[in-house]
Design a protein. Structure first.
Lengths: 206, 296
């Protein structure tokens, strides 16, 4: 029964939400909204598990006195500090929590995001190295699209931007849609396998 | 076994029932201005989707039944999935861990579900070689599922004692804090192999490039097509879209799962045929066929 009951719940919940897509009845939709509300509550409780996991993993490491112990201590202190600040003064605008979030966390996040520019440059360098016929085609196409999207492209040939758009809207989009169709069918197939219990890995041990 | 068959029949029957009930008891609500109450029990604008869904489901069920009868089903070679075994072997030789990143979406994303299924298979392989499998997570709701998947993998390999709960780690639900945390793991613990399988967004290149700089063998897979180019350039192998969903059948070689795979392949063939017919008819200015497939 340890697997049958979760399987039944999975199936009923899945079938209910598939039905919700086809049934616009207000009463039915309100049940779906209620169920979604339950999901949010369950997810909120999962954060307790998350915090417990962070605490356990890092406290174990500190006890073993590994070389990264100072960082682990900082992590746990920051976690506790932000939790306390949020509980005591709230998390709304112009609170201490908000100040720390905007002035410490946001710049760090922006820094991580900014790193992408450098990563894109190094990745593009590798991608555009002409080593094979396919890589050559990729490099040539990329150059054509890039030229078509800057003013010099139109200076060279007035229809360059249209040509660049054609590459994006016809061959590129066709390939993209082919991947999307395959992925959508794969998603349906996986969903069905989970709903009817053919896939049980996620349910854990017997 | 009987329960599964019962569920299968129930599921298909419920879909057919919805369509039948809707046809019998269609209560089209008058579109009064200002009112938001809808009394319709079926949205007829979506009947084409329901029909397509039923066809796909029947194809999958048909091929599952066929596979169960012992028919041999051919599945083409997927280099990215073969590489997972290679990656595990390499990690064993080097005595270094394997990093498995299941993406940044929650369990309500089917890619994360697929990733958890692959994680179970990877854990089973890893358990046989006694190397650590590190699984950093972005969302706490995925944590118990990932723990169970890994534990189940170790148990299937007959080595439950080798499972280390501390290797399934919740990092942060903030996207770039999570990416930074994984980068830290890559740079400090130097995994021999990085597996990025699931739903990824802007952090994909940050992770894949950092992994590349550490010299790890990298296998990625996602159905988020906007991130595929980044994985192509930074990873050794990339699973494209549907290959991610095919992974569990491919790795386990279980006939029922292979049957489901075959079913979706046939559905794809039908879509291709429809696309071909549609292209010809639209080119001849015949619109009715195309209109069948419009979704409002």
């Amino acid at each position: 029964m340890r697997k049958e009951i979760p399987l039944l719940i999975t199936f009923l919940a899945g079938a209910f939400f598939i039905a919700d897509y086809f049934i616009p009845h207000t009463g039915f939709s309100s049940w779906a909204e209620t169920l979604n509300g339950w999901t949010i509550i369950v997810i909120a409780f999962a954060y307790v598990l998350g915090v417990a996991n962070v605490a356990r993993v890092n406290l174990d490491y500190i006890q073993r006195k590994g070389k990264d112990t100072p960082y682990k201590i900082i992590l746990l202190v920051c976690l506790l500090f932000m939790m306390m600040v949020g509980i005591i003064w709230g998390i709304g605008e112009h609170t201490v929590f908000d100040w720390f979030f905007i002035n410490i966390y946001s710049p760090m996040q922006a820094m991580m995001f900014a790193l992408l520019a450098f990563y894109i440059a190094s990745a593009a360098f590798r991608a555009f190295r002409i080593r094979s016929v396919q890589a050559s085609l990729l490099a040539i196409t990329a150059v054509l699209v890039m030229i078509g999207r800057v003013p010099i492209g139109e200076a060279i040939w007035k229809d360059f931007s249209n040509f660049s758009e054609w590459i994006m809207n016809v061959p590129q989009l066709a390939g993209k849609r082919a991947i999307l169709i395959g992925a959508a069918l794969g998603a349906i197939s996986t969903g069905l396998k989970v709903l009817v219990g053919l896939e049980r890995t996620h349910l854990g041990q017997d | 076994m009987q329960i599964r068959r019962l569920l299968l029949c129930w599921f298909t029957a419920s879909l057919v029932l919805i369509a039948t009930l809707a046809a019998i008891a269609q209560e089209q609500a008058p579109a009064e201005s200002g009112t938001t109450i809808d009394t319709r029990w079926f949205d007829f604008n979506r009947v084409n989707i329901l029909v397509a869904l039923i066809v796909v489901f029947f194809l999958i069920i048909y091929f599952i039944e066929k596979a169960k009868r012992g028919r041999d089903l051919f599945v083409r070679r997927i280099a990215g999935l073969d590489a997972i075994e290679e990656a595990v072997g390499r990690a064993t030789e080097m005595g270094k861990p394997i990093l498995y990143v299941p993406g940044i979406d929650d369990m309500n994303n089917i890619q994360t579900v697929a990733s958890m299924i692959i994680l179970g298979n990877v854990a089973r392989t890893v358990a046989q070689y006694d190397i650590p499998l590190i699984v950093p997570l972005r969302l706490p709701f995925v944590l118990p599922v990932a723990e169970e998947a890994v534990r189940q993998g170790y148990m299937s390999a007959g080595r439950p004692e080798a499972f280390n709960k501390d290797n399934v780690r919740y990092i942060s639900d903030e996207q770039f804090a999570y990416a930074a945390g994984i980068n830290g793991i890559m740079l400090r613990e130097k995994p021999a192999a990085n597996l990025f399988l699931g739903s990824f967004f802007a952090e994909s290149l940050v992770l894949a490039e950092t992994g590349f700089s550490t010299g790890a063998i990298q296998v990625a897979g996602t159905a988020n097509i906007h991130q595929l180019p980044f994985f192509f350039v930074a990873c050794d192998y990339t699973l494209i879209g549907e290959e991610l969903f095919a992974a569990s059948a491919y790795l386990s070689r279980e006939p029922k799962l292979l049957g489901a795979l075959k079913g979706s392949d046939w559905a794809k063939s039908i879509i291709l045929a429809i696309l071909g017919v549609g292209t010809i008819l639209v080119s001849l200015h015949v619109e009715w066929f195309r209109n069948w497939f419009l979704v409002e």
